[in-house]
Design a binder for this molecule. Structure first.
Ligand code: AMP
Length: 383
């Protein structure tokens, strides 16, 4: 069986690795070269998109910013899962917000801005500070403005106007203005839905960001009420989208309430820990779902944390001498800030996890892993 993935990055690579034992072969469509390649050997080509669709039993995606004509061709083949509307919703904050409102899922107070009148309306109706995010192609904190005081409004509007004018022709650009949420922490839920509509989820995890980019995820057993709240929101969104595959939801936690920040219609960086910490990892579960197979359990088998390796192509080998540490490289060329790999750290108890994570963090160069040591140390006595 062949599964074609739209996108040929590390997520396609990890799905290919997870699919092998199931005798499922993964091909990847590289949107840059417009060639279908082996995600484990990007130089091996199998032809263009049409050739890939022909070869594929099922088609899926590893990212949401895919040209709509590509999605349309794939959907017309009857092989695409999740459906194109679900993928588009994850790639457009306007559609995402509409979905959350329609499903009455809690999220930050917001206003969609397509004109100066909308911008003025946002300033009049939302309370400062605001975060303004481009509706399309914004991720990891890029394409964002923070408006703390009204004095900044003119400059920010000039910037946004320039952003609208510089965008792709024929595409209606927009910005979503959101009230800043005074959150206690950022958490996410990765879950999956199969072709029969059954859902399963992993435990809600805590995410630590450095300069707006995920750097550490911690997965431990949760408070049952919080887990149920997240799962209910997951089921609501996944059912509304008639979703098939792995879907991730990022939340802000305020007290004991969760507000959705964003939805990712794919396997997610905050689910990489599942390779060592869950019954069945997110990559295998996504492939199972799109191939019409039963889902594996998302149960936590041991407390696990993940550290992202950003912009570095080496880490000290000594980390591998720490028990239950796994290193995953993506085979990519080095570039500042680029996601190059990750480290999973597992333990038999939460206390041991905090200590082990801190031990590993101390071995990493503090230049490249800026505030990870302090974050890891802060978990000791807290987990
Ligand atoms: P995003 O691209 O939406 O994931 O935003 C990147 C980061 O900005 C998030 O991980 C948060 O740390 C922060 N952020 C985004 N939206 C809000 C908000 N409404 N309130 C507070 N912080 C936010």
């Amino acid at each position: 069986m062949n599964v074609l993935i739209l996108g040929a990055g590390q997520l396609a690579r990890m799905m290919a690795l997870a699919a092998k034992p199931l005798n499922i072969n993964v091909l990847a469509y590289d949107v840059g070269s417009e060639q279908v390649v082996d995600p484990l050997n990007l130089t091996q080509s199998f032809g263009d998109l049409n050739a890939g669709i022909e070869l594929a039993d099922n088609i899926t995606a590893e990212f949401e910013h895919i040209a709509h004509d590509v999605l349309a061709i794939c959907e017309a083949s009857g092989k695409l899962q999740p459906n194109s509307q679900a993928i588009k919703t994850g790639g457009d904050r306007r559609l995402e917000k509409q979905l959350l409102e329609q499903q009455q899922v809690a999220n930050a107070k917001h206003q969609i801005i397509e004109s100066k009148a909308d911008f003025d309306q946002a300033l009049a109706t939302l309370s400062l500070p605001l975060i303004l995010k481009s509706a399309l192609a914004g991720y990891d904190g890029k394409g964002q403005w923070r408006l703390k005081s009204l004095e900044q409004a003119d400059d920010i509007w000039t910037d946004i106007e320039g952003f609208f004018a510089g965008g792709e022709q024929g595409v209606k650009h927009a910005v979503v203005a959101e009230q800043m949420v005074p959150f206690d922490r950022e958490v996410s839920l990765v879950g999956m839905r199969d072709t029969q509509g059954n859902t399963k989820v992993y435990p809600l995890v805590e995410n630590h960001h450095t300069n707006g980019v995920l750097t550490v995820t911690v997965a431990i057993e949760n408070n049952e009420a919080l887990q149920q709240q997240a799962q209910a929101m997951f089921d609501n969104v996944a059912n509304a989208l008639n979703y098939v595959g792995v879907l991730a939801i990022e939340f802000f936690q305020v007290g004991d309430q969760l507000l959705v920040n964003e939805i990712a219609p794919r396997v997610h960086n905050s689910g990489h820990w599942t390779q060592q910490g869950a019954d069945t990892c997110q990559f295998e579960n996504h492939i199972r779902a799109v191939a019409g197979l039963p889902l594996g359990s998302g149960n936590l088998v041991r407390p696990t944390a993940m550290i992202n390796i950003l912009g570095e192509d080496t880490v000290p080998n000594a980390i591998l001498s720490v028990p239950s540490v796994s290193l995953h490289w993506y085979g990519k060329g080095k570039r500042p800030g680029r996601k190059m790999g990750h480290i999973n750290v597992s333990a038999s108890s939460n206390t041991e996890l905090a200590e082990r994570l801190s031990e590993v963090a101390e071995m990493l160069p503090s230049t490249a892993f800026a505030d990870i040591q302090a974050y890891a140390k802060g978990l000791i006595g807290k987990l």
